[in-house]
Design a protein. Structure first.
Length: 100
């Protein structure tokens, strides 16, 4: 099992020329999960971000075939009611990608 940060393809500083190419965040997470082959991939949420940004990361990660998410900071650093609303929306995304 491997825990990875969600890729940021917009960050191109100090990237070797062979790897400097425009690609979307979906293409980036697809490549990460594909490169992991049969290794289980957990995607970290990183520092606190907006609901929409985190939900987009969740949907893209799970669509790419990630095993799961580690979004603790993005849950615990919200007010209680806000956390519950966020978790409900996150649960809806996860329900679309059941694990075998």
């Amino acid at each position: 099992m491997v825990k990875v940060n969600f890729p940021h393809p917009e960050k191109q500083t100090a990237v070797p020329p062979a790897y400097a190419a425009p690609f979307s965040s979906q293409q980036a997470i697809d490549a990460v999960v594909t490169a992991a082959n049969r290794t289980l991939v957990l995607v970290s949420g990183g520092s606190r971000a907006s609901d929409e940004a985190m939900l987009d990361k969740a949907a893209e990660s799970m669509s790419a075939g990630a095993t799961g998410l580690i979004f603790g900071r993005n849950v615990w650093q919200r007010d209680h009611d806000e956390s519950l609303r966020f978790i409900d929306r996150l649960r809806d995304i996860l329900a679309k990608y059941p694990t075998p």
